[in-house]
Unconditional design. Structure first.
Lengths: 112, 112
């Protein structure tokens, strides 16, 4: 009964480093998405995918890359980390996009 | 662009009280509305999902209503308990693939 699993839970990066945030779901959901949560801003959509091989940009996509090679996995890549990317990142899935969304436990990222 | 507002931003009440959290949205052309609970340092837990054709949904001590024409939803919590202390988030789905639009949340504290 795993649901949506995100790894790692915490990460500290230096400016300019790259890394991948992992997200996996075991509910056979078509739709997956990434959000970032910042104080006073609410959650904002970064990228989303409506199925394997299909991705698109959300509200704040700059500096992030995604791919969807399988139904289960939707990794988020930071190409060259910046302090402005310090945030809590949440992955979500649903079947399809307009049904109940399930969220992972989040990754707290600090860029120094 | 859809905007979601939650009032109040913070609320502190004694245990046992019934309370109402408010959510308003600017574009009434929504597909669904979802209420989440977020505990400190944790992910989002789905509480209730209301489709645009529905007026309300109930789960235990929680009742959520939706008035699409006026752009409002309320979350009613009956007989509040200290374990209800958390941040409550309202999110609106437009029916498309571009995810949910979130409010900034109501931080609720139930005093024992």
């Amino acid at each position: 009964n795993a649901g949506v699993t995100q790894t790692p839970k915490f990460q500290v990066l230096k400016t300019g480093q790259s890394m991948t945030l992992q997200c996996a779901q075991d509910m056979n959901h078509e739709y997956m998405s990434w959000y970032r949560q910042d104080p006073g801003m609410g959650l904002r959509l970064i990228h989303y995918s409506v199925g394997a091989g299909i991705t698109d940009q959300g509200e704040v996509p700059n500096g992030y890359n995604v791919s969807r090679s399988t139904t289960e996995d939707f990794p988020l890549r930071l190409l060259s980390a910046a302090p402005s990317q310090t945030s809590v990142y949440f992955c979500a899935s649903s079947y399809p996009s307009n049904t109940e969304a399930f969220f992972g436990q989040g990754t707290r990222l600090t860029v120094v | 662009k859809q905007e979601v507002t939650q009032i109040p931003a913070a609320l502190s009440v004694p245990e046992g009280e019934n309370l109402v959290l408010n959510c308003s949205f600017t574009d009434s052309a929504i597909y669904n509305l979802q209420w989440f609970r977020q505990d400190p340092g944790k992910g989002l837990t789905s509480l209730l999902l209301i489709q645009s054709s529905q007026r309300e949904q109930t789960s235990g001590r929680l009742n959520a209503s939706l008035d699409k024409s006026s752009g409002r939803s309320t979350l009613y919590i009956a007989a509040s308990q200290p374990g209800d202390s958390a941040t409550y988030l309202c999110a609106v789905g437009g029916g498309g693939a571009d995810g949910l639009t979130f409010g900034k949340g109501t931080h609720l504290i139930i005093q024992p």
